[in-house]
Design a protein around this ligand. Structure first.
Ligand code: G3P
Ligand code: CA
Length: 254
């Protein structure tokens, strides 16, 4: 089919950015547990792929910042990735939030996350690079996560990746990410292109104004802002008409 499958929820959504990443090591099960218990509408998961083709939850292409390992994630097979410590860095960096339970946490696979929360959570998944779409869709199907409206949203800076997903599973809402360094502008050409596959746009907070969001809405595109971490920013996001925010401090919708 030609266009996006359906319009996203009309409610303002809270997306737990890398889990509840202000309180626990990002992209670990403790961070996702806290996010789910916070009542956030979605848990956000960045995806990287290991050398042996497993999908894992990791923001950076390298493991250095958030583990005791080094090098590209895709240079290591899953067993090496699972042997890394993904929590000690957090205890060292945030001693006031340190928790002994974080000392032994691993990088989770996407499958482990689906096994833990199943259909009880909503997932907002980012493909960090093209080439992981088929594996992702296969896993979503295996865990019955593509049958329910907006249970899963997929986002990416890579339109190629989103277009491929749209071909494989046109029912999944897709969010095209943009990062603006100056005032955000949405051209008619971009809108025409987006409407072929996307349900909305994810944009860095601080560069968009009400007019930008109104223009997106006129074309049926939702706008989610990243990363919104203070009450003032959240209030501003609501005031300019955003449809949701990514936040490291998830709590229930305003
Ligand atoms: O996923 C939306 C936003 O999180 C993109 O930024 O760098 O945190 O993945 P990043
Ligand atoms: Ca992300």
């Amino acid at each position: 089919r030609a266009g996006p499958a359906f319009v996203l929820t009309e409610d303002f959504i809270i997306i737990a950015h890398r889990g509840a990443s202000a309180y626990a090591p990002e992209h670990t099960l403790p961070a996702y547990d806290l996010a789910v218990h916070s009542g956030a509408d979605y848990i956000e998961i960045d995806l990287q792929m290991t050398k042996d083709g497993e999908l894992i939850a990791l923001h950076d292409s390298e493991v250095d910042r958030t583990t005791n390992g080094s090098g590209l994630a895709n240079a290591h097979p899953l067993d090496k990735i699972k042997a890394l410590n993904a929590g000690s860095w957090f205890n060292e960096q945030y001693p006031q939030l340190a928790n002994p339970a974080y000392e032994n946490v691993e990088i989770p696979t996407l499958e482990e996350i689906f096994q833990r929360y199943g259909t009880a959570a909503n997932y907002y998944i980012e493909t960090k690079a093209p080439g992981m779409e088929e594996k992702l869709i296969k896993l979503l199907r295996k865990y019955s996560l593509v049958q329910s409206k907006s249970k899963v949203i997929i986002h990416s800076f890579h339109s190629k990746s989103l277009r491929k997903i749209h071909k494989l599973e046109p029912g999944i809402p897709l969010i095209q990410l943009y990062k603006y360094s100056d005032k955000a502008r949405l051209t008619d050409t971009e809108i025409r292109s987006l409407k072929k596959y996307a349900s909305g746009i994810g944009v860095n907070f601080g560069k968009v104004d009400e007019d930008y969001i109104k223009k997106a809405h006129r074309h049926g595109l939702a706008v989610h802002l990243f990363t919104v971490n203070t009450d003032e920013e959240l209030q501003h996001a609501v005031e300019v008409g955003a449809d949701g925010v990514f936040t490291d401090f998830p709590k229930k919708s305003p």
